[in-house]
Each structure stands twice: as C-alpha cells, then as structure tokens.
Design a protein around this ligand. Structure first.
Ligand SMILES: [Mg+2]
Length: 233
C-alpha cells in the first residue's frame, strides 16, 4: 500500500554529520600534533565518534538544559578521558567549534531523491532528535527544508526518538496514520526501533557497521538513499 507520508531522519541520513565531524576532529588532532604528539589523529577520530554515538543514545537536546555546545564539550571530555589524556579540553573544543560551526554537508543523493519522491506524489517529512534552531538552519542552508513538511524536532515535542510519541506526532501533523507511514533513518536504536514501536514501516540506511546492541529489525535496509526509488515507485 502506498504510504501517506515518508519521514526522514536528518543527521547521517540526509546530511553527512559523521563525515564532517570526522574531518573536523582530524584537523584538530593534526593542529595539536606538535603539542600532543601522543594523540594519534586516527585514534582520536575513532574515539570521538564512539563517544558521540554513546552520548546521543543517553542524551538529546529534548532534555532541559542540554545544548549542542554542551554535548560537544562532554564528547571531547569523554574522548580525551578514554585516551588517558589529563590536560585541558579547551584547546580541542575551541578549535573544533571554529571548524565545525557554520558547516553542513548533504549526501549527494539526498536532494535528488526527495525531489523525485515529491514528483511521484509522496509527502516527505522530517523527524530529528536535534536542536530545533540548528536543524532548521541546516535545512535552510542546504535547501532541504523546501522538500520536507512537516519538520518535527525532539526539542519542540519534548520527547526524543525512539519514543513513539515523536513519530505519532509527526504522522498527525502530516494528516496521516502511523501504520501508513514510512520512516527512513541511520540509527537502529532510535529511528528503526521508534518507527516500529509507532507502527510505521522502517527503512534502515546502513551508514556504518551494524551496532551489536540493536535488536530492531527494519522492514528494508538500504546502503544509499537512491535505493528508495525502487522501493517507492
Ligand atoms: Mg541520524
């Protein structure tokens, strides 16, 4: 049956958050190589990404007092702690913020796929666990915002994926019923598990190695967004 709406996650589904994050962490490590030669850029990137993924499982900007700058600080503190580093976090955090702020990178097929789905008559929307202002900014500068309606953020709903309430609210705003909606996202524990709990059809975009802790079984698995065009004819 044709879905009434197709929802997308934003970070690492439509925009290449991890790619940008990795590049920025690597630059920071390279910049500070002379001061901290024992911190290998490869190891720092890997540790930072792990710390970030684990943090986002526990904390999101939907929670009171939680902001992106604070989450970045916690991620740097945790990554450096895991590497046995006892020095100040500021040199890392300041460089990282300067490199990262004001940047966003979309996957090359994101916009073409959204455009084509719209051309085929599908309603496309967004469900994100990010900070409303930051996610809206990303949608504006990339032009993705014009192709997504409704846009639902965890911060404005006050709940985060995988809470089914966020998915149910998104369906309501699209004038749809959850079991006639699809959800496309990169995180099994947040996007896929939440969509399934809300009764949606779940599509997993396999951006990284499968996490071992996730029991959620997606209806479909794709390695690129463009594969959606054969699933949604
Ligand atoms: Mg994501």
């Amino acid at each position: 049956m044709r879905p009434q709406a197709v929802f997308f996650d934003l970070d690492d589904t439509l925009v290449d958050e991890t790619g940008l994050m990795s590049d920025c962490v690597r630059r920071v490590a390279e910049d500070l190589q002379e001061v901290y030669p024992f911190l290998s850029p490869d190891l720092l990137v890997r540790t930072y990404l792990e710390a970030s993924l684990e943090l986002w499982k526990r904390v999101t900007p939907a929670q009171p007092g939680v902001t992106i700058p604070l989450m970045r600080r916690w991620t740097w503190e945790e990554a450096l702690r895991r590497l046995g580093f006892r020095g100040p976090v500021e040199p890392f955090l300041e460089r990282y913020t300067a490199l990262r702020d004001g940047q966003v990178r979309t996957f090359p097929d994101a916009k073409p796929v959204l455009l084509e789905l719209r051309r085929r008559g599908y309603r496309t929307g967004l469900i994100t666990n990010g900070e409303t202002a930051l996610q809206r900014w990303k949608l504006d500068v990339t032009g993705l915002g014009a192709l997504l309606d409704p846009v639902v953020t965890s911060q404005e709903v006050g709940r985060s994926k995988p809470d089914p309430a966020v998915f149910v609210e998104a369906a309501r705003r699209a004038g749809a019923v959850p079991h006639r909606c699809w959800m496309v996202g990169d995180l099994l524990h947040a996007d896929v598990a939440g969509a399934l709990a809300a009764g949606m059809t779940a599509v997993w975009v396999r951006r990284r190695q499968p996490p071992t802790d996730a029991a959620a079984q997606p209806h479909h698995t794709v390695d690129a967004l463009s594969e959606l065009l054969s699933l949604l004819r």
